[in-house]
Write a new protein. Structure first.
Length: 158
């Protein structure tokens, strides 16, 4: 009788492991390091940013994102957040124009919304190319001077 109980337990464990293998999800294509290709990007108003490096990492709390920017005048700026992709607002650190951020993901499409005091100040609509090497982002909102901006940003995965 004891041997039979062990066999049933091992069989059940094997079925559970096999079922979980079938459900394993591929890594999110946004995960990794992305560099701005300034020549392929368009900035309105200019001047263009000197550089932007985006780093994405999947965590238990959601997507961790770090943005390292060199402004046109050479000043560095780093923003960071960790957010689920369910559209809920979470704290954003390092931004002079926003205090929260929310994310949504749908396949290769990404949407980010930055808010200050609950008011939308910037939106980012992005698409990852089918080969996973290019991330194109349409950014629209207001800068820290209160001026309207609309940028077309092209990032390449490194």
């Amino acid at each position: 009788m004891r041997l039979r109980e062990i066999a049933v337990a091992v069989g059940t464990l094997a079925i559970c492991l096999t079922a979980n293998i079938g459900r394993a999800q591929p890594p999110d294509p946004i995960v990794g390091t992305w560099h701005l290709n300034a020549q392929k990007s368009k900035f309105s108003p200019g001047p263009p940013l000197k550089s932007v490096v985006l780093k994405f990492e999947q965590t238990a709390q959601g997507m961790k994102a770090i943005s390292e920017v060199t402004l046109p005048d050479g000043q560095p700026r780093t923003t960071e957040f960790t957010a689920p992709t369910d559209g809920k607002d979470v704290p954003l650190t390092g931004s002079p124009i926003a205090d929260t951020v929310s994310l949504k993901a749908d396949g290769s499409r990404r949407t980010r919304v930055d808010k200050k005091g609950g008011k939308v100040v910037m939106t980012y609509d992005g698409t990852i190319s089918p080969d996973g090497k290019t991330f194109t982002v349409h950014q629209k909102g207001t800068n820290e001077k209160g001026e309207a901006l609309e940028n077309h940003l092209v990032f390449e995965k490194h």
